[in-house]
Write a new protein. Sequence first.
Length: 500
Amino acid sequence: MTKTVNHWIGGKTVEGASGNWGPVTDPATGAVTTRVALASAEEVDAAVGAARDAFATWGTSSLAQRTAVLFKYRALLDAHRDEIAALITAEHGKVHSDALGEVARGLEIVELACGITVQLKGELSTQVSSRVDVASIRQPLGVVAGITPFNFPAMVPMWMFPLAVACGNTFVLKPSEKDPSAANLLAELASQAGLPDGVLNVVHGDKVAVDALLEHPDVAAVSFVGSTPIARYIHTTASANGKRVQALGGAKNHMLVLPDADLDAAADAAVSAAYGSAGERCMAISAVVAVGAIGDELVQKIRERAEKIVIGPGADPASEMGPLITAAHRDKVASYVTGAAAQGAEVVLDGTGHTVDGYENGHWIGLSLLDKVSTDSDAYRDEIFGPVLCVLRADTYEDGVRLINASPFGNGTAIFTRDGGAARRFQLEVQAGMVGVNVPIPVPVGYHSFGGWKDSLFGDHHIYGNDGVHFYTRGKVVTTRWPDPADAPAGVDLGFPRNH
């Protein structure tokens, strides 16, 4: 029997009323297992209304009250790790261990939110003038919204709403309609932890729901993670409607391998970073730049490792990589491989014909490795978002950095080398928001912020960390003078206020 996923509004399940439903498939079998409600603009308005009403009390609640809820929430999430991960595997397809890792990285931000009392401390300058003090404080915005992608249905929402509600905001989450169940469970657990009704709401939907959030007058800010074209649209539309926006876009992450690098370690890292989560992550390494004469040896080492990866259903403990999210996405990813040779690449591994016995209707694709890829080829220029690794060649370090910096994307990048001087130059010279030195996927820990440069980010704030706190609050400066009881009235002075 097909499961139904409805909205979560005002602290309870609300049945979809638009009459529109979307299918959710099990990527390992291709079977439709769930239908998800697709919200109308009116249903989005109801969720925003619930959040607006809840902000009247939550926005002025004590930090002690907020953190007490968050500590309970962290404990509940920890207790339900396997249940959340199982939902991710069932609807996204990633292997269980990878899904557990996603939950763990989301929990980092919940833990950061538990310490919001430190993050929200203001500043005070006393006696800036005679008996005048100046204080800087940060206050919540009101109702904020998050629009999140299919590839991390638990982690990316947790990058947003825990910090937002810790800062005193209320939240409306619009998760991907491709794998919606994890978001509802996150909201239900928050309610069990004591989060008041309406502080966290979940509405499912498509572009209708997205546009309703972007245009709603009561939504003060929008957070987004997804592809670059949609990130640009989110930023343009929400900004035009007077909202604060952080919109994280796509990527083409490069790994520069210098001739002095440990090639075994570099090959291990390249395989892990390119093919983990079936390549469906914005921090995947999708382009390796081999410098000097090491290219052939490095490609061979990558091939040897890639050929040993076990592909199968995410629920099977033996599987190291699962299927892609949809059949349409699988076919699009495959097209980059089948068209690569005509655009000058050497196809070292072709995974497009891969199937899994007993799961023939699943959205399967094997690992593909393309060598000597041209920078003007489709496989290099586009964000493939699948298990396809391109290898490019560069004669020198300088050539490699120029190649990387010429990319319109600037999300993450990495260098593999034993040379500290080269690594230091790279971290200063490369044009990307996150840099790894012998670390292939440099996703920052929760108390630093995540975000790229160029076409990988639209807006001024990165996500979580200090930037996240600043994004979900606005500053206020208070200048105070309390007259001494012995003072006589100062009288009228039309001059500009003096500081001394």
